[in-house]
Unconditional design. Structure first.
Length: 462
């Protein structure tokens, strides 16, 4: 089977997608089921070689499209971008740029979500992506819109390629690259900013310092990694979120905001991790929290590699941020007794609650990794032992217990105690020594109110 997606822009914040499917003459099925859940979409029409045909709704989240060998099935649908969500606008069409996430736009055969690579009855041989935004972008004052996309073709895509398609950003518009001098691996890295905003970023080496940090940490780097720094939405003042994969990452960025540097670093961690050690086992409970925890731990630790001018400008201070996070953790544990005192190994049960998942991945996990690293180093391990354990075990089995294996392989005499206390039970990690680095009272109170708001807003769907 071959699938082509042709994407153009429609009215307002709408993308028009024409998806064509061609099956081989030996295709064993007469229709292909696509997953339509989780998308803001409107189905328009389906045709086989020009003749209108019916779309079958096989469940609230799936449709079946008829296919005939040597003929083309064409589905046309609309995707609504830019609806304001919890963290900002998801995808956006602006006068100067268009941005969206692959998973937001491309309908995929349901088999990709449910079967392993070898079980697919009708394998996808080839996927191609074509984009035509010329009519929209050429109306503007500039003449040369650039395309920043992870790929325009996928040959025999498997689960790793589909994951990448769904996570990466697709960006088009009036962008220029800012350059770095003499950074290792800089050829594989680009920082893209809107032409009209380039003066803000042009002299900032921080992006390249961060990339070098991860290059050293992983001793490897993605083949090509593109960061796209977007402005805020002019009308709402909210951030725009484009997508974040191992090839293209795009979102609103304010060079003076510590949180934006942390998010940039968090996404960069994921890109390095996926491109160095993609393994489905690291993306499902009970191991996902380690992956997210590492990203949330390194988003803080990595900022120590930034130049001093930038560090003091944004107020990056790893120990102080970790101390504040530990206070947030204690505050939430004691403020809501019974709600957040679960063990990370219960990830599969708690992940259905947005608030508990958020607390586990972004507060509990990075603190447990901080405690794990301290214990590991005390027992003679080299720094960054948990990350390197993952990288050295990239074929870790999908049904394996990563936390347990890593603890027993790294923590020596403390392994059993550590695993039992903090991973399979909700023990509070011993990080009291961080208290000397606590931020000032006003900042600390703001941090406590912030986490309370973030977790509570999940419960009230704000
Ligand atoms: Zn993450």
């Amino acid at each position: 089977m071959e699938i082509n997606y042709k994407v153009t822009s429609g009215q307002e914040q709408v993308l028009i997608i024409c998806m064509s499917i061609n099956v081989s003459s030996t295709c064993p099925v007469s229709n292909i089921t696509f997953y339509i859940g989780g998308k803001d979409l409107q189905l328009l029409s389906c045709r086989i070689s020009g003749e209108k045909t019916r779309i079958l709704f096989t469940s609230p989240d799936t449709i079946a499209l008829p296919v005939i060998s040597n003929e083309t099935t064409e589905l046309t649908y609309h995707i609504q971008l830019a609806k304001p969500g919890k963290h900002g606008h998801h995808g956006f069409i602006d006068n100067e740029f268009i941005v969206f996430e692959g998973g937001q736009v491309f309908l995929l055969p349901v088999d990709f979500y449910t079967l392993s690579d070898i079980e697919m009855p009708e394998a996808v041989e080839n996927m191609t992506f074509t984009f035509d935004f010329a009519s929209l972008l050429k109306k503007q004052a500039y003449t040369n819109p650039v395309e920043i996309i992870p790929f325009n073709e996928l040959i025999k895509p498997g689960q790793a390629e589909i994951y990448s398609l769904c996570k990466n950003a697709f960006v088009f518009g009036d962008f220029v690259k800012i350059k770095s001098k003499n950074t290792p691996a800089a050829d594989s890295f680009s920082v893209n900013v809107l032409n009209r905003e380039k003066e803000k970023y042009i002299n900032e080496p921080g992006f390249f310092e961060l990339y070098s940090y991860y290059n050293d940490l992983f001793n490897s780097h993605p083949d090509s990694y593109n960061t796209v720094l977007l402005p805020l939405c002019e009308d709402s003042g909210l951030p725009i979120i484009g997508g974040s994969g191992e090839a293209v990452c795009a979102s609103s960025f304010d060079i003076g905001k510590l949180r934006d540097w942390q998010l940039l670093s968090h996404r960069m961690f994921h890109a390095f991790f996926i491109s160095t050690a993609y393994n489905p086992a690291f993306f499902i409970p009970p191991n996902l929290w380690i992956n997210e925890g590492l990203a949330s731990y390194y988003e803080i630790v990595s900022l120590e590699s930034l130049n001093d001018t930038l560090k003091s400008y944004i107020g990056a201070d790893g120990k102080s941020q970790l101390a504040g996070m530990f206070s947030q953790y204690l505050y939430i544990r004691f403020r809501y007794p019974g709600d957040y005192d679960f063990a990370p190994m219960q990830e599969a049960e708690v992940i259905y609650s947005g608030a508990k998942k958020e607390f586990l991945h972004y507060t509990m996990a990075p603190l447990l990794i901080t405690a794990f690293e301290e214990t590991a180093v005390k027992n003679g391990a080299k720094p960054d032992s948990l990350l390197h354990y993952c990288l050295n075990n990239r074929d870790f089995p999908t049904d394996g217990n990563l936390a347990k294996e890593a603890a027993f392989s790294i923590l020596g005499k403390d392994a059993e105690f550590f695993y039992e206390s903090y991973f399979s039970n909700p023990g509070i990690p011993v990080l009291w020594k961080l208290s000397v680095y606590l931020p000032g009272n006003n900042e600390l109170i703001a941090m406590l109110n912030y986490i309370d708001y973030v977790l509570e807003s999940w419960i009230h769907h704000k």
